[in-house]
Unconditional design. Structure first.
Length: 327
């Protein structure tokens, strides 16, 4: 196992040796044989059992990241199997998800079980636990996973009371020009750059965040004014979506602009390659994406995404039959 911990806001990087990557592949294929449909209890239960069989080179750093995600709030695991030779063309539908068992879906679900529990939201991609993140023709300017313009920094589902604790993005195929960077920016690195006044305002209920279009926009949920920063002053939690969070006062607008500037100064950009898994601590770190140019030739950038909740029980009232999908 190679673990590289850079200074500042750099992500922690784990590169799996070849033997460990092969072991992960064997276990992922075993999971695929035990349950052929992603999303159900049988699949997740099997993934949870298989998680314990994964090599310690993968399990150990994930355990450390769950306890403390560091200054960046990002862990990058490299060298994971995605069965690249068997991949079909990159999907071209905004509703594309992974329902059938696959090596990549197995990897994502097993890692989700190691961090907490996989979860999804019914209005978004029909509640699939493993979702495709691909560029869609005609949606280039969309501020969401289907677009290809600059995607602004955001906490995933910032409006939701049970937003994910972690967002996992597994690269199956890079963009043609290798320029689509996963951009991240966290409050731990940005906080020292914020004035005391800005921090005070960001803790006030002077901001409203609307649900994204996939949740029905402004009509899709609770949009009560809320603060951007909560919790311990020295290590706060964060929720913001620069495309959907609106300041309600002039001082709130100033504080939000100061936060955005601090994020730009401390941001990290990583171009993912096949087999790279980026895990973002959604409680303290935002993410986005740099612009790229799709060709719609079946070989465009293809990530798969899974959300993780640390405490699934807190959302019990929103999940039918104690499943993994929040209504």
């Amino acid at each position: 196992m190679t673990v590289v911990l850079e200074t500042g806001a750099q992500a922690a990087v784990v590169t799996l040796p070849g033997d460990d990557a092969t072991q992960v592949d064997v276990i992922a294929r075993r999971l695929c044989r035990s349950a052929d449909k992603v999303d159900g209890h049988e699949w997740v239960d099997a993934a949870r059992r298989q998680w314990h069989e994964l090599p310690s080179a993968l399990r150990a750093p994930l355990g450390e990241f769950r306890r403390d995600s560091g200054t960046s709030g990002v862990l990058l695991v490299r060298g994971l199997p995605v069965d690249a030779a068997a991949l079909p063309d990159t999907p071209a539908s905004a509703a594309s998800v992974q329902r059938e068992a696959s090596v990549s879906a197995a990897v994502l679900t097993m890692v989700a079980c190691g961090l907490g529990d996989p979860a999804a939201f019914r209005p978004e991609k029909t509640g699939a636990l493993v979702q495709d993140v691909v560029p869609i023709p005609g949606m280039e300017d969309f501020q969401g996973n289907a677009g290809s313009v600059l995607l602004t920094f955001h906490t995933e589902n910032a409006f939701h009371p049970h937003r994910p604790d972690y967002v996992m993005l597994l690269c199956l195929r890079a963009d043609h020009d290798n320029v689509a960077g996963l951009r991240t920016a966290g409050i731990r690195a940005a906080l020292p750059l914020l004035s005391e006044r800005a921090q005070e305002v960001l803790r006030s209920a002077e901001f409203r965040t609307e649900p994204p279009p996939s949740f029905g926009g402004a009509d899709g949920g609770d949009t009560e004014p809320r603060p951007i920063l909560t919790g311990a002053p020295e290590d706060p939690d964060l929720r913001i979506d620069f495309a959907a969070t609106k300041p309600l006062t002039p001082r709130a607008a100033e504080a939000m602009a100061e936060l955005q500037d601090a994020f730009e100064k401390t941001s990290l950009s990583t171009v993912l390659t096949p087999g790279d898994l980026a895990i973002v601590d959604n409680r303290i770190t935002t993410h986005g994406r740099s612009a790229f140019t799709p060709r719609y030739d079946g070989r465009d950038r293809w990530l798969q995404r899974t959300f993780v909740l640390n405490d699934l029980r807190r959302s019990r009232g929103l999940r039918a039959q104690d499943g993994y999908v929040l209504d």
